[in-house]
Ligand binder design. Structure first.
Ligand code: FEO
Ligand code: CA
Ligand code: CA
Ligand code: CA
Length: 590
């Protein structure tokens, strides 16, 4: 007789029910506490004003808005501490309803000012904070020698093949190598040598033409393909010349990159790596090849955009941290093509190959990289349903990506990798390169799960989730035990409505790839998305970001900031990091 043993599930917690409450819920036997909210000082600095009275200078010393990708680096560097470390997190964008007492440009154009624009720039970027567990309680260390804000005004360097090219030159920077700030810092990545990567996603939306000139109509700098609008909603172009397309037409070319910095050195100058290509980078996740070259995966989050990978030209040196500082300057960028037979291939975006020639509008590798989306169109990559986060399984060399939704895909546009028209629910796709070698240019793929609920009437919405239902997967992280954490981002005005009614507020779930089971671990407050998750090396503390509680388009009113949500303080809503522990001190998820 043969015996089969059922694998022991990695999931041990009791599921949290869907709900529409203005609160964070975690499973029985777990505790979640707010650790670091918008406006909290990163070190000794000005306290948060619940009346939105903090200045631009205050904001530059405080947590930005819209917490997103997050990473934990043990202190000291090279240790494996699970009680002391740096928490580094992105601040993606702002809620212009709540950042100023009378709202942003859209609400109060007559009182909009350089000071307000600079406060908004200071609310973007990255926070580095020092955190420590003392007497069983996690807290932010203040003051801290490591604490830092990187903002929309922080000086940084452009490197790689496009740096110094005419596309990146401006009147303020004739070298094309020096840029102020990073924007729309969505999700993140890190490197094997302990640096942090922050990804510039929807950078296009910050630019506009103050005079309403015809530069956008004439499509200078591929503005249309990148979605650069004629006027922006934040109105920075009305106050600051570098966001005015008439004055600084190349400034948008200096955004849309992956940015690296050393979080252990608060004086380190961030670097924008042009070799990774320019698009709405969601996040980056790596695998290390047998020859020690490093392969970074990144999705372009917009409808019908692509999935990319960057392979370093040189191997990574585990014994010489400084030697890796220029590793991301040189390598090959590829874009993915998914075939109907569940195979796929990586197409190189290299000047002179696959039609990326001067006759077709690509005069140099710099042009291929600045106009990455056009190059990917040219080589015939597969248009995906909004690629959001990517995570890797270094044990199996598997790669997972969330395809959050795409309500514009028609039946005629269905393909094997994006098989649902009007894809409101989203899915998670997985692939592995030939031989498990991430530098290989061939792979096989499958669909890990289709999101949805079997109780919904439309076949398009049912999905095939084993366990707790969810929709619109976005954040994705495989922990060191092999558990896959899924975070959702149903858009704020669609929560609880139509086909999304059964799912409650946005949430985080865990899935065991061995069994396929999905179980709901956390639900967020009203109007939020849940995005960004990391744990300490011992997996006994988890940090989760709650983004834009209270966000709404339909009910927005700066005079009534708590109309939708007053999380977490019963006052003006604030994005925040929540720290979660198991009450018995055990591993998170068990
Ligand atoms: Fe910033 Fe695609 O999420
Ligand atoms: Ca996202
Ligand atoms: Ca999203
Ligand atoms: Ca978001």
């Amino acid at each position: 007789t043969s015996t089969t043993t059922t694998p022991k599930s990695l999931i041990g917690f009791q599921s949290v029910a869907t709900n529409f409450e203005d609160a964070v819920h975690v499973p029985k036997g777990y505790t979640g506490k707010v650790l670091f909210a918008w406006g909290d000082p990163v070190s000794n600095g000005p306290a948060f004003s619940f009346d939105a009275q903090n200045s631009a200078a205050d904001q530059a010393q405080q947590a930005g808005m819209h917490h997103d990708g997050i990473h934990f680096f043990s202190l000291p560097y090279g240790s494996n501490s699970s009680t002391h470390g740096l928490l580094v997190m992105n601040h993606e964008y702002i809620d212009d309803v709540v950042i100023h007492i009378d709202g942003g440009y859209r609400y109060s154009p007559s009182t909009y000012s350089v000071e307000k624009a600079n406060k908004e720039l200071a609310a973007h970027g990255v926070s580095v904070i020092e955190v420590k567990k003392v007497n069983g309680q996690w807290d932010v260390v203040r003051p801290s020698q490591y604490a830092r804000r990187v903002t929309g005004n922080t000086p940084m360097t452009l490197t790689g093949p496009a740096a110094g090219s005419d596309f990146l030159k401006t009147a303020a920077d004739p070298t094309g190598r020096e840029v102020l700030g990073t924007l729309n810092n969505c999700a993140h990545g890190y490197t094997p040598w302990g640096t942090y990567l922050t990804c510039e996603e929807n950078f296009h939306q910050y630019f506009g033409s103050k005079s309403g000139s015809d530069l956008v109509d004439n499509d200078l700098n591929a503005y249309k393909r990148y979605g650069v609008p004629k006027t922006s909603s934040y109105g920075w172009e009305t106050q600051l010349e570098r966001f005015d397309l008439d004055k600084t037409p190349n400034e948008p070319n200096r955004f849309g990159w992956v940015v690296e910095f050393d979080p252990f050195d608060p004086s380190s100058k961030p670097v924008k790596h042009t070799a990774f290509g320019r698009f709405s980078h969601e996040n980056v996740a790596f695998l290390i090849a047998p020859d020690k070259r490093v392969v970074f995966y990144s999705g372009d989050d917009a409808r019908f955009e692509y999935i990319y990978k960057f392979v370093t030209a040189k191997p990574y040196d585990a014994n010489n941290r400084a030697a890796n500082a220029t590793l991301l300057d040189e390598g090959t960028l590829y874009v993915a093509k998914f075939n109907a037979d569940k195979t796929g291939e990586w197409l190189p975006l290299v000047h002179g190959q696959l039609g990326l020639t001067a006759e077709n509008g690509f005069r140099s590798q710099a042009e291929v990289l600045v106009k990455t989306r056009l190059a990917a169109d040219k080589v015939g990559a597969t248009k995906m349903d909004r690629p959001e986060w990517i995570t890797t399984d270094p044990k199996k060399q598997d790669v997972y990506v969330t395809l959050t939704n795409n309500n514009r895909r028609t039946e005629a546009q269905q393909d094997a990798a994006n098989p649902r028209a009007d894809n409101q629910m989203g899915h998670i796709l997985r692939w592995r390169e030939t031989g498990g070698n991430p530098t290989d240019t061939r792979f096989t793929w499958d669909i890990y799960v289709f999101a949805g609920s079997p109780d919904l009437p439309s076949a398009q919405h049912k999905g095939n989730v084993k366990g707790d239902i969810f929709a619109c997967p976005d954040g994705l992280w495989m922990d060191s035990n092999g558990l896959l954490w899924i975070q959702t981002d149903m858009s704020s005005d669609s929560i609880g409505k139509g086909a999304l009614a059964p799912f409650g507020n946005n949430q985080m779930l865990a899935s065991d790839p061995t069994t396929g089971e999905v179980r709901r671990f956390l639900t967020g407050p009203k109007g939020c998305e849940v995005t960004g998750v990391i744990a300490t090396p011992d997996m006994k503390t988890m940090f989760v970001n709650i983004q834009h509680p209270g966000e709404t388009e339909t009910d927005a009113n700066p005079a009534n900031p708590t109309k939708v949500s007053s999380w977490p303080n019963g006052q003006r809503p604030r994005s925040a990091t929540v720290v979660i522990v198991k009450d018995d001190g055990g591993v998170i998820g068990s």
